[in-house]
Each structure stands twice: as structure tokens, then as C-alpha cells.
Design a binder for this molecule. Structure first.
Ligand code: C5P
Length: 208
């Protein structure tokens, strides 16, 4: 199951919940780009290829160090969007992402899951939400984690990051032609998960 969409469209939470309901593995592909950014090397292509990453019980480790909280920083996201423009970084991360596809199945979320990484996914979903709703959600998410945030600056950052993700030459943010689009602006997390699980049932996806 491929779930794509712009920043703060709800992909992360939705993917976790859908994967749990289906009994599938889950891939947060944005974390890989954030990890490359966090590592902060002069040769991000090489970092993307060789960095030592582990996903364990909802925590993310870089060279055995728990970096889960550091990864959520908006400054890291902005740098991630910058390294994500580099074709060599994307190629290096391609195999890493595809390695997550294991039985009984995978829910993968990001920007190019349906278009580039898993073009043969059995279900492709593209989540959208109005810029105002997305900024509000990200603001709340950061505040809940005790991270200081400014709504105005956040909206501006999200807008710039999405514009850059959509305009880049390689694997731009875009729905696959066969993706089902879902506007989450006025839907709760439960409702969005419910709609996607309905689509999964129609396709007989999931062991549960
Ligand atoms: O999803 P998240 O906000 O963590 O992603 C951070 C950045 O990583 C995005 O703004 C985007 O530039 C990049 N990214 C990408 N392709 C993906 C996932 C994330 O280019 N599949």
C-alpha cells in the first residue's frame, strides 16, 4: 500500500494505523531523507548508501544512537528536502526502501511511493489537506512534543518545502495516475483510516 502526499497531510499517523490494522510492515520513507540530513555530511550520496539505520519499536537509530526526536525538527525537514533533490541520494535510498517490502505486506508513506519506489503497489493513496489545516496539525504535533513552534513560520516553511518537493526534477511530489485521492481536511484520523481500510478490503489486502 503506497500512501503519498504533502507535508503534514496526515500520512505518518495514517500509515501506522493502516499497517497495524492489516498486520503489515510500515515504512516512513521521509525518515531516511531526514537521517541523511541529520548526519550532515558533505557527501550525502555516500551517507545515504552507508549510514547504519535501525527502526525498532517506533524508535529510529542512526549508528546505534536514538535520533527519533531530533529527526522531527522542522530544520531537519528543510535540510531533508534539500538533500532529497539530489538524484544520487534518491538512487542510494531506493534499494533501502524496497528492502522493507516483506511478507505479509508493507504500507509505505512518502512523496514518491506510488510513482517511483513501488509503482506496482496494489493500492495507491494520495492524501491532501488545505495548507491552513496542515500548518495547524504540524503546529499541534510539535507543541504536543514540547517543541517550540510558531504557526506563521511553520506555514511558510511547509509551503516552501512542498513547492520545492513538487518542483524538483527527480521524483517530484505528485499523485500516481492510478492513485485514489483523499482530502483529509475535514476528516478525523479514524475516518481517513476507515476509508483506506475499505479500499484495502475491496482489494482483499491484509491478513486480518
Ligand atoms: O515526510 P517527511 O516530512 O518526513 O519528509 C521530509 C522530506 O524528505 C520531504 O520534504 C521530502 O523532500 C523528502 N522526501 C522525499 N521522498 C519521500 C519522502 C520524503 O523526497 N518519499
Amino acid at each position: 500500500v503506497a500512501i503519498d502526499g504533502p507535508s503534514a497531510s496526515g500520512k505518518g499517523a495514517v500509515a501506522v494505523r493502516v499497517s497495524q490494522a492489516l498486520g503489515f510492515h510500515c515504512l516512513d520513507s521521509g525518515a531516511l531523507y531526514r537521517l541523511v540530513a541529520l548526519a550532515g555530511s558533505d557527501t550525502p550520496e555516500r551517507t545515504a548508501e552507508t549510514m547504519q539505520v535501525e527502526f525498532l519499536d517506533g524508535r529510529i537509530f542512526l549508528s546505534q544512537q536514538d535520533v527519533t526526536d531530533a529527526l522531527r525538527d522542522e530544520a531537519v525537514a528543510t535540510r531533508a528536502s534539500d538533500v532529497a533533490r539530489r538524484p544520487g541520494v534518491r538512487t542510494a535510498l531506493l534499494q533501502r526502501q524496497r528492502a522493507f517490502r516483506k511478507p505479509p505486506g508493507l504500507v509505505a508513506e512518502g512523496r514518491d511511493m506510488g510513482t517511483v519506489v513501488f509503482p506496482d503497489a496494489e493500492l495507491k493513496v494520495f492524501l491532501t489537506a488545505t495548507p491552513a489545516v496542515r500548518a495547524q496539525r504540524r503546529y499541534k504535533q510539535l507543541k504536543d512534543k514540547g517543541i517550540d513552534a510558531n504557526l506563521h513560520a511553520l506555514s511558510r516553511d511547509l509551503e516552501q518545502r512542498d513547492a520545492r518537493d513538487a518542483a524538483r526534477a527527480v521524483a517530484p511530489l505528485a499523485p500516481a495516475p492510478d492513485a485514489l485521492q483523499l482530502d483529509t481536511s475535514e476528516r478525523s484520523l479514524d475516518e481517513v483510516v476507515g476509508v483506506i481500510l475499505g479500499w484495502c478490503r475491496e482489494r482483499k489486502l491484509g491478513g486480518r
